[in-house]
Design a protein around this ligand. Structure first.
Ligand code: PLP
Length: 304
């Protein structure tokens, strides 16, 4: 263990310093606490290499730009901080979160001006959001009765810390005995899931919603892997009917990987277990993570 603070705890970067987790704190007056006024990004390290780091840093800056929120470090330095955070925690497979908050303003009021922004980066051992059994057999999901906040109210492409809408949908699904939710936009089309992009497979082609979604970096990877395998892909509007009648359905995200959906609202999807296209894309995805081909190494030869 490195833990350069001399403690056994993992360390967290906040505004230029590293703190043991138990001392890593933000002000109660930070706009992230008062209003959920912040952006974040989640990336992962696999075998000591951070997958698509530049894409995640770019997306964080795009999210911040959309919210007129100043990230306190330039991209190149932020990149180094992310690498350093994983390195100091001596992690190989890591879940990494970068959070840029609006910060503390002169008064704890709903004024986004004259705030001092904060930057937080933490890395923890990677644990998939989706447990082993669900990964192997597929998850059971429920179409949420809540609708997704539309782009007209908050840009879906910005990864903000305002996730209450997703939280409500997951709670509703969990409390009804399902693993997770399927989110519809106010237009009634399928959008995404709480923290995931969604895919339906029909007659050998992959279909995925195009609008009202966060453009997931894993989603993009799925599209690239599918192209490499010669599997046709369509980004288009999809209905609940399309998902009920899919041959296969699956979810994707950095924190959960790629996993099958076995049931939606009590309807079995395909054979009720991960189908051949889901399984192929899933294997190709983990091969890619493992290969480091699109990743940034955390440890140089001096660390070996
Ligand atoms: N959609 C939402 C709402 C998310 O929060 C996430 C990830 O957190 C995703 C999709 C998947 O994005 P990615 O593949 O970049 O992790």
């Amino acid at each position: 263990m490195s833990r350069d603070t001399g403690s056994d705890e993992l360390v967290v970067y906040i505004d230029g310093d590293f703190y043991p987790e138990s001392e890593a704190k933000v002000s109660v007056f930070d706009h992230v606490v008062l209003y959920g006024d912040a952006v974040y990004d989640t990336c992962c390290a696999w075998a000591g290499q951070i997958f698509k780091l530049d894409e995640h840093v770019d997306r964080l800056f795009e999210s911040a730009h959309a919210l007129k929120l100043a990230v306190p470090l330039p991209k190149v330095q932020l990149r180094e901080v992310v690498i350093e955070t994983v390195r100091r925690n001596a992690l190989q497979n890591a879940y990494i979160k970068i959070i840029a908050t609006r910060g503390v303003g002169p008064l704890p009021l709903l004024s986004p001006y004259d705030c001092k922004p904060s930057l937080i980066v933490f890395a923890r051992p990677y644990v998939s959001l989706v447990g082993g059994e669900a990964q192997a057999e597929g998850v059971r999901i429920k179409v949420a009765s809540w609708r997704k906040i539309p782009d007209e109210c908050l840009p879906s492409q910005a990864k903000t810390c305002n996730y209450l809408n997703h939280v409500l949908m997951r709670m509703e699904a969990n409390e009804a005995g399902y693993d997770d939710a399927l989110e519809l936009g106010i237009d009634g089309y399928v959008a995404e899931a709480p923290g995931y992009n969604v895919f339906a497979v029909k007659r050998g082609a992959i279909r995925t919603p195009a609008n009202d979604i966060l453009k997931g970096i894993t989603r993009q990877t799925v599209l690239e892997l599918a192209a490499g395998e010669g599997i046709p892909v369509a980004e288009e509007s999809l209905t609940v009917f399309d998902f009920y009648n899919a041959d296969e359905a699956f979810f994707s995200s950095t924190a959960g990987g790629i996993f099958a959906v076995s049931e939606i609202d009590g309807r079995v999807i395909g054979a009720g277990r991960p189908g051949p296209i889901t399984t192929l894309i899933r294997h190709r995805y983990y091969d890619l993570l493992e290969s480091g081909e699109q990743s940034t190494p955390v440890y140089g030869s001096a660390d070996a």
